[in-house]
Design a protein around this ligand. Structure first.
Ligand code: ZN
Length: 129
């Protein structure tokens, strides 16, 4: 059992990640559900009620609001499309639809997987109130 060898250095390295995750923990409960109402950062239109999303990390390429390529890693997974308050959908690309604000069309703020029927809301692109 050499599992402790070399962990000291690894443990002290990712300070930034620890801080980021701490901020997310504040916004989620023990099961990783969002504790706050999620609204559009542009027009404050309601997007997702509390407890309807589950925090998860995955890597997905989602263009930024300015149209630049970006890898997004933090999402709230939403099991059922009807759990959203309001939501717009854009074009389908490779079995994914992109999510946008139903009122002001700001997006993409996440994606919907047509195979699994699961939706993923990009945490950094929405506002928690
Ligand atoms: Zn909006």
């Amino acid at each position: 059992m050499n599992e402790n060898v070399g962990t000291e250095k690894e443990r002290s390295a990712p300070d930034k990640d620890v801080q980021e995750n701490a901020a997310i923990v504040e916004e989620t409960d023990d099961e990783g559900k969002n504790t706050k109402q999620i609204v559009c950062i542009n027009c404050s239109s309601k997007i997702l009620p509390p407890s309807m999303g589950t925090f998860m990390e995955l890597e997905f390429e989602l263009v930024s609001f300015k149209g630049e390529k970006e890898i997004v890693k933090k999402f709230f997974k939403v099991e059922d499309m009807f759990h959203f308050d309001n939501l717009g959908f854009t074009n389908t690309v490779d079995n994914h639809k992109f999510l946008s604000c139903a009122d002001c069309d700001l997006g993409p703020i996440g994606f919907h997987d047509l195979n699994t029927k699961l939706s993923y809301l990009a945490i950094d692109r929405v506002q928690k109130i």
